[in-house]
Design a protein around this ligand. Structure first.
Ligand code: DGT
Ligand code: CA
Ligand code: CA
Ligand code: ZN
Length: 572
């Protein structure tokens, strides 16, 4: 067991104690231990072997005894005692946003609810609203959170799945005789979450490829190993399938396994109309089985009278009509981006100094870098007071004077307060080159109030960008309630850009909302919201979202030349 797993065990015990209504002092001790273990740098087993457990701040004699028991026997008796007589699904209830141990205790004690399914039933039947400190609104919130959870569990973020897939792809590509290997499936299409990873290869020796695949680093279990298909599990239970196909049908297989299913259905229908058939082996004449195309995707699209369709658009919407009419949009690309407009430094909660941020941005080819640290009311993120911001603006002006590379913009990510007012006054806002406005607290306002709040920010003449407009965190926090029709109409009217935040848990706006906003004539900005260097790596995910939303370079302000961008920033 590693530190994280042991920390989870103590967290579970703390939660079980709380659900059972036990002593607060003990609960606190277990919570503290969990935190201490989670952040300990040294493996706990090592500390234990050296007899130094109680040297860890937060681990007292009682906790040390439990850890000792764990390493001696492989389990902790108390954990099983605590779980006894409680339903198996009781801890799962804590995964529902808004359900803490106290609420779990309440629904269990009062209604006997012991699983997410039972909680959903109770909420649907209107049984929660009658409980102490609950009402119709919290009942509705819980129901929404469950639905949100159902839609995202068993799926993985694009960032996590992409990392695992690339590692496997590299292993496959290194095998001798592999002529081609690619990632297909929802990952290639850039869906915001991924069910499993699909990898495709063509190779002289399929067995060697399969052997390398199932023994790749990070593989925890082999589900199947065959000649043409193998499946494995990697970290967190993510499944990856590898298929080995003939080079002559690689294009057909690549197209088929890229999907989506809906897109494939439309493509097959198109083939059938021509008395052809399309499958993962190729495009064939139905009567004679003569192969018409199969080696490349381009050949297949071409034979069907279509331009090659970017994978991000293959969702069975209007992409085939567009490809037929030569009307596919020229989608935005990574290389179009010239400005990084949402970045945090050590002045607030970032890990890069101003100079480091600029250096890293320049390394990635950005010509403009905005510094947008948090505003003051966000206490937890070390937000800047007006005085600190004024000093930072001066600092940035000085920096630009003595710096030849990228131009640095003095900006701020300003909190939209609960009433829609901005966290800095107009005078200070007017001194900034760039103002990003975002909701970082009071997420739970009802739709009317939240919509009015964000509208007020959009109407503020200093605001340039609304960051991560829905605030959702995939699998963790549902989106805020917004009348997006009104929000996007106002953003288009006032020329405020809607952000596509590239962070993999956010991807906010997502592709659906991008399409909705685009229909209103909104402009966009794609940003990394960097807090540390590695956050720059998320940028391709934001670009994928934009492409899925059908955006061209000119829809996105980050593609403007420095001169045009400065002009845009002064537009109001
Ligand atoms: P996921 O894994 O749930 O995120 O989504 P996909 O799109 O990667 O789906 P997956 O892994 O089940 O299958 C990969 C692709 O293979 C899928 O996008 C289209 C193709 N495919 C799989 N099963 C079928 C099928 O029954 N009919 C058709 N037309 N295509 C299929
Ligand atoms: Ca898949
Ligand atoms: Ca699959
Ligand atoms: Zn930010």
């Amino acid at each position: 067991m590693d530190n994280a797993q042991i920390a989870t065990l103590f967290e579970d015990m703390a939660n079980l104690l709380e659900i059972r209504g036990e002593n607060q002092f003990k609960i606190r001790a277990y919570q503290n231990a969990a935190r201490a273990i989670k952040f300990a740098e040294r493996p706990l087993r090592e500390t234990w072997e050296h007899g130094e457990l109680t040297g860890i701040k937060g681990v007292g004699k009682g906790i040390a005894e439990k850890i000792d028991e764990l390493f001696q026997t492989g389990s902790v008796d108390e954990f099983h005692e605590l779980k006894k007589d409680l339903p198996d699904g009781i801890l799962d209830l804590l995964k529902v946003n808004g359900m803490g141990p106290k609420k779990v205790k309440l629904v269990y004690d009062e209604l006997g609810v012991g699983s997410i399914a039972e909680l959903k039933q109770a909420a649907e039947a209107g049984k929660l609203r009658g409980l102490p400190k609950m009402g119709a609104r919290s009942e509705e919130k819980i129901l929404k959170a469950i639905i949100n959870l159902e839609q995202t569990t068993d799926r993985f973020t694009l960032g996590f799945a992409g990392g695992a897939a690339n590692a496997l792809l590299e292993v496959v590509r290194k095998v001798k005789g592999v002529s081609r290997a690619e990632i297909a499936g929802s990952l290639r299409r850039g869906r915001e979450t991924v069910g499993d990873v699909d990898i495709l290869a063509s190779a002289a020796d399929s067995e060697a490829v399969m052997r390398a695949f199932v023994s790749a680093e990070g593989v925890s279990e082999t589900l199947a190993q065959g000649d043409t298909k193998s499946s494995v599990l990697v970290e967190r239970g993510l499944q990856a399938d590898l298929r080995v196909v003939e080079a002559s049908s690689f294009g057909a297989a690549f197209h088929y396994f890229t999907g989506s299913k809906e897109h494939n259905v439309l493509m097959r229908e198109r083939a059938v109309k021509r008395k052809w058939k399309l499958n993962e082996y190729g495009l064939f004449e139905t009567e004679t089985d003569r192969l018409i195309a199969g080696e490349t995707e381009e050949d297949i699209f071409d034979a069907l009278g279509l331009a090659w369709i970017p994978p991000e658009l293959r969702e069975g919407r209007d992409e085939i009509d567009l490809a037929e009419g030569g009307a596919l949009p020229h989608l935005i690309d990574m290389s179009d981006l010239r400005a990084a407009l949402h970045n945090h430094t050590t002045a607030s909660d970032g890990h890069m100094t101003l100079a480091e941020l600029v250096e890293q941005a320049e390394k990635r080819g950005f010509e403009i870098v905005a510094v947008t640290d948090h505003s003051g009311s966000l206490g937890v993120a070390n937000g800047l007071t007006p005085d600190r911001l004024k000093k930072q603006i001066d600092e940035i002006h000085d920096f630009n004077e003595s710096h030849d590379g990228a131009r640095v913009l003095a900006g701020s990510e300003v909190d939209i307060r609960a009433d829609g007012s901005m966290d800095f006054d107009d005078d200070l806002l007017s001194r900034l080159d760039l103002v990003i406005a975002s909701v970082h607290a009071s997420f739970e306002q009802p739709r009317d109030k939240m919509t009015a709040r964000v509208l007020r920010a959009i109407e503020n003449p200093h605001v340039d960008i609304i960051a991560h407009p829905t605030g959702r965190l995939i699998g963790k926090r549902p989106p805020i309630e917004l009348d997006t029709d009104r929000i996007f109409a106002a953003a288009a009217k006032h020329g405020v850009a809607m952000e596509i935040n590239s962070y993999d848990l956010r991807l906010d706006l997502n592709d659906r909302l991008i399409r909705e906003a685009k229909a209103h004539g909104v402009r966009f900005t794609i940003n990394c919201d960097t807090h540390s260097v590695s956050d720059f790596d998320h940028l391709p995910l934001g670009v994928k979202m934009a492409r899925r939303g059908g955006l061209k370079a000119r829809d996105v302000v980050n593609t403007l030349s420095p001169g045009e961008l400065m002009k845009w920033l002064r537009r109001r």
